[in-house]
Design a protein around this ligand. Structure first.
Ligand SMILES: C[S@@+](CC[C@H](N)C(=O)[O-])C[C@H]1O[C@@H](n2cnc3c(N)ncnc32)[C@H](O)[C@@H]1O
Length: 320
């Protein structure tokens, strides 16, 4: 049994089935790969797995996501060819929610090691400008390696603190779409990191929430009116999720929009301990490990400028 040091007790009142939640947190995470559509389509990958006798099951909710039975995906031919990337199911959601158009300008604020960046590049058909930013040089090397392995060419790699991000030198002043896959206390990764709770403290939760608020505010400021920002974490703590959204809704011109999550999920919480949040945080998505046999995840989709209506949005200028 994973030692959660009592942290999961905090969420007993939020989950529908506490026993199932705890049991799922104790099971190892299934191995999953995402098809890299810049290099192959899902049927070609399926044929290659069949030919080499690798067992898999296709995720019912998405054609290009394969649950692997046993082998480590890194030892398969599709992996060697750059046709697949090891990426857990919930981690595929933010890029799908952002849904960037080819030819647009997209900022991945906290990009390394690049699972979501490379997925964004594939959704953009490798066309437009994709900026993959992170503060960690070591993790940025992994991002470069992943981008090269998967054949991504529309990526600019940058190392800045996203809270004070400067677009000087880009030749444009706003992005069309921005992803904030924020640093967090990682509670939802307990299934793959059994040590995830060893260093957990409430002080750290509050400290990282401050960073998250700064990054999400800058993301909204750097995205054009009518553009989209997606905020995601792999943690359960409302302090790092709904409280961050509540803060940014009050400080910046943006609103949370509905997003139809393809996995079983529940709404964001509007109250936590002594706090009450803006009612629209209920439009955010919470995913608990026992719902879909995944890690824990949180996601919200925001529209910048508060008009909330894609029909009124100015057309994005196509980057050259
Ligand atoms: C959850 S991880 C990102 C995972 C990545 N999006 C992926 O899918 O592979 C959060 C990242 O935020 C970075 N980070 C932490 N503080 C930051 C800041 N102030 N500005 C930019 N990046 C930051 C960390 O180095 C870490 O790589």
């Amino acid at each position: 049994m994973n030692d959660d040091g009592g942290v999961l007790d905090r969420y007993a009142s939020l989950v529908d089935d506490e026993a199932a939640f705890r049991a799922a947190c104790d099971r190892p995470l299934p191995s999953v790969v995402r098809v890299n559509t810049l290099a192959a389509d899902a049927d070609r990958v399926a044929r290659a797995f069949d030919e080499e006798g690798t067992d898999y099951e296709r995720a019912g909710w998405h054609d290009g996501i394969f649950r692997m039975a046993e082998r480590s995906p890194g030892t398969t031919w599709p992996y060697a060819h750059g046709w697949v990337h090891g990426q857990e199911e919930v981690s595929c959601l933010p890029a799908l929610a952002l849904d960037p158009e080819p030819g647009t300008r997209v900022w991945d604020t906290c990009a390394a090691p690049g699972s979501k960046t490379t997925q964004l590049a594939a959704l953009m058909d490798d066309a437009g400008t994709l900026v993959g930013n992170d503060t960690s040089l070591g993790r940025l090397s992994a991002l470069r390696h992943n981008a090269e392995r998967l054949g991504v060419t529309n990526l600019v790699v940058d190392q800045q603190d996203a809270r004070n991000y400067s677009l000087n030198g880009f030749g444009f002043e706003e992005f069309d779409a921005t992803l904030v896959d924020a640093p967090c206390s990682c509670e939802g990764t307990i299934r793959k990191n059994p040590d995830a709770f060893d260093t957990w403290t409430l002080d750290h939760v509050h400290e990282v929430a401050g960073v998250q608020k700064g990054i999400l505010r800058r993301a909204v400021q750097a995205t054009r009116p009518g553009g989209t920002v997606v905020y995601s974490t792999c943690t359960f703590a409302p302090e790092e999720n709904e409280a961050v959204l509540d803060h940014v809704l009050h400080e910046e011109d943006c609103e949370i929009v509905e997003w139809d999550c393809p996995l079983e999920s529940v709404s964001g919480v509007t109250e936590w301990h002594d706090e009450e949040y803006d009612p629209s945080v209920a439009r955010a998505t919470r995913i608990y490990p026992h719902h879909n046999d995944t890690g824990g995840f949180f996601l919200a989709k925001l529209r910048v400028g508060g008009d909330g209506g894609a029909a009124d949005d100015p057309e994005p200028e196509v980057a050259t």
